[in-house]
Design a protein around this ligand. Structure first.
Ligand code: PEP
Length: 245
């Protein structure tokens, strides 16, 4: 049985004054079996990780190298040292803003695993790719090229995030979500074997909110959500955690 995961991606949002959201989330998290993760900006990881034992904290990216002359970057070891236990890699905004490729995501994932972090690898098709009926090909290619060997149910989470659904208020139909999640599950089982393939959690991400979370949570092979905008306020994210159960 895979434990559901409610992961909040705060992106470039959040100041010291927003740390109070964690107190509320901590109470909600206590009342549910769902694992709760917040990925704040790097500046808040240390403080946040000391506020609650009930909520996991993660980074939003890391460098593929362990240290060195990379001004402005952050290493996986630094994230872990600050109290993070997860890192999101390959988010479509990183792929678009910094030209991150599948090969980059794969290299970063290896480094993050070496630092003891669990990795959420993001994959997803653009609107043009969906309209051209290429979704499954794109997802299959990203999945095999972004995820290194040695994946386990402990160190890897996949987030299916259609690029056109992120921050737009648009979502695929439940059938479309199910089709992609079932495909990802089958690919994981084929590559890593049934044991590992069935234990890796697959999150849906893209305009998940308190209204649609319960329906999405019922879809086959949806093991939780990666949530952007609706994770910023504890009042909204709490409802998603409750919906995921
Ligand atoms: C995201 O950025 O990962 C995301 C899913 O954003 P939103 O929930 O705002 O669409």
């Amino acid at each position: 049985m895979r434990r559901k995961l409610a992961a909040g991606n705060w992106k470039m949002n959040g100041l010291d004054e927003n740390l109070q959201e964690i107190k509320t989330l901590s109470e909600v998290s206590n009342a549910h079996d769902c694992e709760v993760l917040i990925c704040p900006p790097a500046t808040l990881i240390h403080s946040m990780s000391r506020m609650s034992n009930d909520i996991a904290i993660g980074g939003q990216t890391c460098h593929a190298n362990t240290s060195g002359a990379h001004t402005g970057d952050i290493s996986a070891q630094m994230l872990a040292d600050s109290g993070a236990t997860y890192v999101i890699l390959g988010h479509s905004e990183r792929r678009a803003d910094y030209n991150e490729t599948d090969a980059d995501v794969r290299a970063k994932t290896k480094t993050a695993w070496d630092a003891g972090l669990k990795v959420i690898v993001c994959i997803g098709e653009s609107l043009g790719e969906r309209e051209a009926c290429n979704t499954i090909d794109i997802i299959g290619g990203q999945l095999s090229a972004s995820v290194p060997d040695n994946a386990t149910g402990e160190n890897l989470v996949i987030a299916y995030e259609p690029v056109w659904a992120i921050g737009t208020g648009l979502t695929p139909t439940l059938d479309q979500i199910g089709e992609v999640h079932d495909f990802i599950r089958a690919q994981l089982e084929r590559r890593f074997g049934a044991g590992v393939g069935r234990s890796v959690r697959i999150l849906y991400g893209g305009s998940m909110n308190p209204k649609n979370a319960a329906d999405i949570a019922q879809v086959s092979n949806v093991d939780g959500g990666l949530v952007g905008g609706a994770s910023l306020k504890a009042a909204d994210f709490s409802q998603i955690i409750t919906a995921l159960g």
